[in-house]
Design a binder for this molecule. Structure first.
Ligand code: HEC
Length: 205
């Protein structure tokens, strides 16, 4: 006997549409790095830029960063992606509940530098750490083009650009080191990134 879908054409079409939209819904949730609760404008933009960096399309990432830089007043919300996860879903490390402690990029970078994560922990969290590194690179793409409106002594534009570039390039190295599960490199590079974050904050925050 042949299998048949019973029902009027409209219910068949209705079921087909439902199946397609469910498929799209599931596909988005499976592949999108954007956790629903984190989907507020700036954080979502940073995650999109991070995804573009993950795809290896740095030219497109720079365009997305320039578009974000043009629509924000300052870096407050951009930098917030580095803070611990809040109940509203902003901040944190990784998607969903990340599952990594501390659940905040700034704090985790310090713990990585301090060597609180051994080789086994870094290998286990390699994918989360790689995504974190791409998020840091995304923020640095924005600091590359969103400069302070004025520089007051002793602030220097060259310093800003240098620290931003250091974070951007070190974040790319961190993504590679995490992917390679190279614990020693992860530790060293986390230290390099922290130093650049701190240098910029000393003068500009
Ligand atoms: C090129 C300069 C620069 C670099 C590099 C930089 N920051 Fe910032 N950061 C700033 C500025 C400027 C602010 C203040 C933003 C504001 O409130 O307008 C800030 C603010 C912050 C805040 C506070 C956000 C809030 O809630 O107000 C955090 C957290 C932060 N940065 C983390 C980091 C971390 C972690 C790094 C390194 C991975 C980093 N920053 C690298 C310039 C920088």
């Amino acid at each position: 006997m042949k299998y048949q879908i019973r029902g009027t054409p409209s219910t068949v079409i209705g079921i087909a549409l439902l199946a397609v939209s469910l498929g799209i819904f599931l596909a988005n949730h499976a592949t999108s790095p954007i956790h629903a609760a984190q989907n507020q404008p700036v954080a979502a933009d940073i995650l999109k830029i991070a995804a573009t960096i993950k795809d290896g399309n740095n030219a497109a990432a720079k365009k997305q960063a320039a578009a974000l830089a043009a629509k924000i007043e300052d870096l407050e919300h951009v930098m917030r992606v580095f803070k611990p996860r809040k109940k509203d879903g902003k901040g944190g490390v990784g998607v969903g509940n990340g599952g990594i402690t501390p659940d905040g990029i700034e704090l985790l970078l310090y713990d990585l530098e301090a060597g609180k994560f051994g080789a086994a922990a870094i290998a286990k969290e390699a994918a989360v750490l790689e995504e974190m590194a791409q998020r840091i690179a995304a923020v640095a793409e924005v600091t590359d083009v969103k400069l302070p409106e004025k520089f007051v002594l002793p602030q220097k534009k060259e310093n800003w650009l240098e620290w931003s570039a250091t974070v951007r390039m070190s974040a790319a190295e961190l993504a590679k080191a995490a992917k390679a599960k190279n614990a020693q490199a992860v530790k060293t590079i986390a230290g390099k990134i922290n130093a650049a974050c701190n240098l910029c904050h000393t003068d500009f925050r």
